[in-house]
Design a protein around this ligand. Structure first.
Ligand code: ATP
Length: 473
């Protein structure tokens, strides 16, 4: 079996096409002609996304004694976003091409030409001039004459109630993190938590991105998995640095051990002084090498000091202090790992898409496409496939299906040749196929085929449940 796996640009195209063909991700509003850059998660996409989120929750909430969860509202009081700084500072530099009038994000076009570090050194007011000077071409028409950059706020505005006016403007949340800060007191009051502790949240976030693109990499509606990890105000750097480094280790382990992403496709890019927020003491972008895009942020990781809680104390007047066992009162600092769930899903799709040359029974070779997801992530764990639609086989296969689905996500398919059914299961990454054949009627056993090795073994029906409990543990 000769594994060939390219990381060239066409990998992204292959993944996008497989996602549509097999029911992972569909273009949004398709029957109405589509809605640019919106995507709907189909039957396998929703399972994969849920499995990634569940694994994350299990790792960072369920298996720890210092973490709790939250699910806060998407529409909040607009003051939340004034306090957080999003209303005034959550801006992208918008530049217009003077030739075709198309709008673009100036910083992203500059990054493509001169890299992120050089781009960060350019002041906001200089972006348009620099783009013209460097002859950066408009992706739409090839023009090289740019307007000055204007600030474009990314918050999605909406109106609450029947009137559309300034008084009832609200925002869809631009990140899940603010929901955590505004519930800090509720959580302290209801849980017995001692510092350091963290609050985790998974959910949708919305940003009015100027140029959403690259499949689900940059969309206006996406999902995040965020943690705010609260610590005592440090007396010296080691006090926060030790915890920061432990989180780096935990994050690395999650990517490499739990998600199975290879280290060579990940990197930690540290923000320099130009890029880092003024309140942060250290920040990294954890990046994945997205085929066809290059290195792109998958997770933001920052020590944010006490900036967020202090902002909410200032704007709301609420008591967001922590009182320790000695009665000392202070505002905790926090460390924030902020994952994109949908960007993680894209990394997983690209990482595990595999093409293999295999020889057929007729001594020919053909290409097999396999999604080699770790078993925990696979949307479907087992496919039960009766060799024929004869009643005596269906009676057994359906019984197996009904039994197994108590514990696992299982599919049952009786249509098409067995070869075609295997190919389909390979493409959606199902780790095991169970084939019920005529021999089953005699030996009360079935054939179990392993997705990765394609090896088959005969297992007694009575032992199947235990077999999968071990294999899929
Ligand atoms: P970028 O520089 O790519 O715009 P960001 O620095 O604005 O990202 P953060 O505010 O740090 O992103 O958000 C945390 C995470 O949320 C990111 O690491 C990313 O995985 C995810 N994310 C942010 N914006 C989007 C988007 N428009 N579409 C999909 N995921 C996103």
């Amino acid at each position: 079996m000769n594994e060939k796996k390219d990381r060239k640009n066409d990998l992204m195209e292959k993944v996008v096409s497989l996602c549509k063909r097999r029911g992972f991700i569909f273009p949004g509003s398709e029957i109405y002609g589509g809605m640019a850059n919106t995507w709907d998660y189909g039957p396998y996409g929703v399972e994969l996304k849920k499995n990634i989120a569940d694994l994350w929750w299990k790792t960072f909430v369920q298996k720890r004694d210092d973490m709790v969860g939250l699910d806060s509202a998407i529409i909040t009081n607009p003051k939340v976003w004034e306090a957080s700084g999003h209303v005034s500072n959550f801006n992208d530099p918008l530049v217009d091409c003077r030739k075709c009038k198309m709008r673009h994000r100036g910083d992203k076009l500059l990054e493509e030409k001169i890299g992120i570090d050089e781009t960060n050194k350019i002041a906001f007011e200089e972006i348009g001039k620099k783009m013209t000077e460097l002859k950066i071409t408009c992706p739409n028409c090839g023009g090289t004459d740019w307007t000055d950059a204007r600030k474009f706020n990314l918050l999605f505005e909406t109106h609450v109630g029947v009137l559309v006016d300034k008084k009832n403007t609200a925002y869809l949340r631009g990140e899940t993190a603010q929901g955590i800060f505004i519930n800090f007191k509720n959580i302290l009051d209801t849980q017995s938590l001692k510092l350091p502790f963290g609050i985790a949240q998974i959910g949708k976030a919305f940003r009015n991105e100027i140029t959403p693109k690259n499949f689900i990499f940059r969309t206006r509606e996406f999902e995040q998995m965020e943690i705010e990890y609260f610590i005592r105000p440090p007396k010296e750097e080691r006090d926060w640095r030790d915890i920061f480094e432990r989180w780096q280790e935990d994050i690395k382990n999650f990517f490499e051990k739990d998600l199975g992403i290879s280290a060579k496709n990940m990197r930690w890019r540290r923000h320099d002084d130009n890029e880092r927020s003024f309140y942060s003491k250290d920040t990294y972008d954890v990046e994945y090498n997205y085929s066809g895009i290059g290195w792109g942020e998958l997770l933001g990781f920052a020590y944010r000091t006490d900036y967020d809680l202090q902002q909410h104390i200032k704007h709301s007047g609420a008591d967001l202090f922590y009182r320790d066992e000695n009665g000392e009162k202070f505002v905790p600092h926090c460390i924030e790992p902020s994952w994109g769930l949908t960007r993680t899903l894209l990394a997983v799709l690209l990482e595990f898409y595999t093409e293999e040359e295999i020889s057929t029974s007729k001594n020919k070779t053909e290409t097999r496409v396999v999604m080699k997801f770790p078993k925990q992530l696979a949307p479907i764990k087992v496919a039960v496939l009766p060799l024929s639609k004869k009643d005596e086989l269906l009676a057994i296969s359906q019984k197996i299906w009904i039994n197994l689905r108590e514990n696992f996500r299982v599919e049952h398919h009786s249509n098409g040749s067995i070869g075609k059914r295997y190919r389909r299961q390979d493409e959606i990454g199902t780790p095991y196929c169970v084939t019920v054949d005529f021999e089953t009627l005699n030996d009360q056993a079935v054939t179990v085929r392993d997705r990765d090795t394609m090896k088959q073994e005969r297992i007694k029906i009575s032992e199947l449940e235990k077999y999968f409990e071990e294999k899929l543990a």
